[in-house]
Design a protein around this ligand. Structure first.
Ligand SMILES: NC(=O)c1ccc[n+]([C@@H]2O[C@H](COP(=O)([O-])OP(=O)(O)OC[C@H]3O[C@@H](n4cnc5c(N)ncnc54)[C@H](O)[C@@H]3O)[C@@H](O)[C@H]2O)c1
Length: 267
């Protein structure tokens, strides 16, 4: 058996990929890296202006991409996105469940509707897109890669994020459960768990948490105060880890949770 070169391991030419929430932040960086590696990318987002910007940039760089309006929490939208991806690119080989929301609020002020919304988008949505994608992958018989965005908050609570902690803890176990059941179909399911990453979302959340009465000290403790590598992460730090999981370099890895947190959970 010949050993593939590094270039061959990371070559995603001919692969079709879906990235939910690919319009900005971490999802956008993931779209760029998957496209750079040769994949055709379906950018699924509730914000079509943002999704179209990601697609325009990929096309400017010579890649192939399409934008599609989709709510990650919707079973009907999951079906629509998977069908559109197979139609546009010929196959669905990679799914990245990236869309997520993370409102910060003290536990006693979390209302039922907010709890439901966070669980719907972050956890139920990851399940729905994974199940629908897996069905198409099983029918095609070629296996595939599913990568979920977890979080350090799924492993360690830090305050003021109860629904988010619960949703990402769920994503970690969802990843393992799917990995076990889908392994016979050669569908590998892994998660990447980011620490504190500078994105449009984190900037908005910080601003609204300040308005809701949290202090700068509480916020900086939650975000960057205890990162051994002494910097917040950038979206591309996460995109590189997702690229690894999507590539043949990770062909013997399933059910894994890859921490990319600057050492945050060490301290
Ligand atoms: N930024 C961080 O520090 C951090 C840390 C750990 C985990 N994460 C996870 O990484 C993922 C991306 O985070 P980000 O900071 O890039 O977010 P962001 O808010 O900057 O961008 C999120 C994108 O997802 C889209 N989106 C939101 N809700 C959606 C829905 N229901 N359906 C489809 N698209 C939707 C938004 O329009 C946007 O384009 C999330 O799952 C988040 O929980 C982020």
């Amino acid at each position: 058996m010949t050993t593939p070169s590094i270039a061959e391991l990371f070559d995603l030419s001919g692969k079709g990929a879906i990235v939910t929430g690919g319009g900005m932040g971490i999802g956008q960086a993931i779209c760029y890296r998957l496209s750079e590696a040769g994949a055709s990318v379906m950018v699924a987002d509730v914000n079509m202006d943002a999704a179209n910007q990601t697609v325009d940039e990929i096309k400017n760089r010579g890649g192939k991409a399409q934008a599609i309006e989709a709510n990650a929490a919707s079973a009907a939208d999951a079906k629509k996105v998977v069908a559109a991806t197979v139609e546009a690119f010929g196959s669905i080989d990679i799914l990245v469940n990236n869309a997520g929301i993370y409102p910060l609020l003290p536990v006693m002020r979390v209302e039922e509707a907010l709890f439901d919304k966070v669980i719907s988008v972050n956890l139920k949505g990851s399940f729905l897109f994974a199940q629908t994608t897996a069905e198409a992958m099983i029918n095609a018989g070629k296996g595939g890669k599913i990568i979920n965005l977890a979080s350090v908050d799924g492993l360690h609570p830090n305050g003021n994020a109860t629904p988010y902690n619960a949703s990402k803890g769920g994503v970690i176990m969802l990843t393992k459960a799917l990995a076990l059941e889908l392994a016979p179909h050669k569908i590998l399911v892994n998660a990447v768990a980011p620490g504190s990453i500078m994105t449009p979302g984190t900037k908005n959340v910080a601003a609204s948490a300040l308005e809701a009465g949290l202090t700068i000290e509480q916020l900086s403790k939650s975000f960057t105060g205890r990162i051994p590598l002494e910097r917040a992460g950038q979206p591309d730090d996460i995109a590189r880890a997702v690229l690894f999981m999507a590539s043949a370099a990770a062909d013997y890895t399933t059910g894994d949770i890859l921490l990319v947190d600057g050492g945050y959970l060490l301290s």
